[in-house]
Ligand binder design. Sequence first.
Ligand code: SF4
Length: 313
Amino acid sequence: MNLMNDEKHYNTIHNYYLQKYQKKVYKIPLNGGFTCPNIDGTVASGGCTFCSYMGSGDFAGNKHEPLKTQFDTIKKMMEKKWRDGLYIAYFQANTNTHAPLKRLKELFEEAITLDPKIVMISIATRPDVLPDDVIEYLSDLNRRMPVQIELGLQTIHQETSDLINRAHDLKCFDDAVKRLREKNIEVVVHIINGLPHETKEMMIETIKHVNTLDIQGIKIHMLHLMEKTKMGYQYKQDPWPLLSLEDYTDIVTDQILWLRKDIIIHRITGDAPSDMLIAPLWTKKKFVVMNEIDKRLRKLNLYQGDYHEKSHL
Ligand code: SF4
């Protein structure tokens, strides 16, 4: 599937879904009321220092409402923009496999029947919360409805991982990808640029490592410092230099050039609720960030994976 063109020099998820389904496909965030083992003490406590009290699901539905109500509310809003779309039931907030298998089955089985236009279920989780019985069940579900697992990595560097309290190591992540892929389950990796003390080279190394794994997609985020997070508090006490828009454009452009050509890019920047964002404020302008990256790739006349392929000649 060739998704790149003169305008877009990388594989966008928009173009991927359009080619696959001939329609706009959008994610409907659902909140299954999960917690996170890195917050509740199961694995560690305190959580990742950048994580908001919404468990990195700041746009997720209201966990006190039934899934159907959550789905219909967001679907109605989305339909104002795209009348004839298809949907992905998306469990985003917190760690969406952190519950007994019986509960996971109840939630996921209900989710896939919420609407006949649902074409996929996407589940965000940590690599250390995928026991064999859960993977076995996801594999069974995947035969009935495509399952996509969004797996948090953020960085391959252990010193950064310790600093932000991820509470798992790289081996755990690599193992989780391998076990999911043995069952043919799609994997989308999350990484964050601009974490404290990381250099451009370190961020490129994260890309080079994920290239070695059988992943199908990636979400690249800029670090957001948000109110009511540990890192936001640390920053307010003792601010440190953050990436500028120019730095970020330069880094992401190079990451795209290093990224394998078959990987689909789901995001090249993220957005935090503006009332919670402390810095960097340029991240509010998502379209400006995307345009700057497009412009730079076009100026270089290079495409996703060009550096990666050259290094393998
Ligand atoms: S694993 Fe995810 S939900 Fe849990 S603290 Fe970290 S970012 Fe938040």
